[in-house]
Design a binder for this molecule. Sequence first.
Ligand code: HEM
Length: 463
Amino acid sequence: MTESDPERTAVLSGCPMHADPTPIHDHTFAADPDAVYAELREQGPLASVELAPGVPATLVLDHETALSVLRDPETFPKDSRAWQREAPADSPVVAMMMYRDNVLFQDGPAHARLRQAITDSLSRVDSVTLRRYVTESAESLIRDFGPNGKADLLTEYARVLPLLVLNRLFGSPAELTTRMVEAMTALWDGFDTERANRELVQCIAELIALRRQHPAFDITSWLLAHEADLDDEEMVQQLVVFMGAGAEPVQNLITNALRLWLSDDRFAGDLSGGRLPVEDAIDEVLWKQPPLANYAITFPTRDVELAGRLLPADQPVVIGIAAANTDPALQATRRDGNRAHLAWSAGPHTCPARGTARLIASVAIETILDTLPDMDLAVPDHELEWRPGPFHRALTALPVHFPPVQETDSRDETPGESGRWSDRPAHTSWIPPDTTSTPKRAGSVTKAPRRALNYLGEWLLGR
Ligand code: HEM
């Protein structure tokens, strides 16, 4: 990559910035992104796209060029402030792209410091405990809609579950979790977003204050105790990025993989095969329909020549993660089980929670398939709709039906106690002692989380 001069610029032919940008935020793109990527590939490894009306960007389409961008943070830094000054303030993409004091938007030593605190804290998450959190949250949500014989697995399951699990990892009490889930959902739905934003930050501030006063075995306490010595403002920013970067992609990994399982004979026909097919469905989604389909955005501070094209200073460069994963050149060399996909990105900002995210998704999928083995899609696969937007590969709903599971009197029981719901051994406590500084006695905490989950279920269903 070299810095360009005006003469050189003049001779660069076919610059994608001179082509009419192709929208990647509309229904046409959402309905068939692969067809749009195929057309865009005619421009070469880079294409001119529109992230929202009046927001042009360069999309990187091939795997090799994507890696070269992701591994060159000096040429392709994350700081978006110069772009933001010129961007339409009311654009729907500004919220995702605006500069924040969190790990995602930092470069160099500032990034390394925050990243170390995050990776050290995540590395302390024990997979057995995490698996239990996911199973318990999943069983509780399924218990809410099981008697109905039908559900929208997006709003009633996949959307709430990662938030519940993340909040338990954060050491958040049930009441705060409820408020945070409400705020996050309002943000997703674009409903009273200013209030929702304020509420989210307020909840996180309360959680930080709580864990400063009462440190426990959770991510918030580990971040607070980290040698990076994060102040309260930095703590809020990092927890917001955990929620933002974590919840929606996990939701989409769960729903996209469940959809594949329920609609594709290769998976649906393999029900007796145990676990492997779930992992295969997850892998296929990470390759072909990655939850973050176009992301890992950078903002070169000067005009940059890349792959024979000119990229203007301060204009976003977006990695076409789905396009790079399905790059025909890569397919020729790809072997089964190869994890070279870019679903987690690559380079210094690669997702630090790959293992965590994958475990949450696979346990969530296994739990619902074990509990509702006769579940089917409620509409033909081709009638499912994909949500328009430039970044996420997300369904608008995943309606299913199944033989209703009889409601029992066990709604306030500890998950696992009812044989109808699970064959797993009963847990002795709903909130595990290792998330609190004072161990709780078994049975003393079983009711509060159920009440919170009931409330969430009703609220999400608009009841
Ligand atoms: C299927 C689920 C997930 C996917 C597909 C995913 C994907 C990604 C990608 C592509 C990036 C790079 C973003 C960029 O460069 O701009 C990223 C970064 C990040 N992810 Fe994930 N992620 C997932 C789940 C999670 C979860 C569950 C957490 C937290 C528990 C998390 C925390 C983060 C953080 C903190 C970053 C920023 C890292 C940095 O800037 O150094 N992610 N993720």
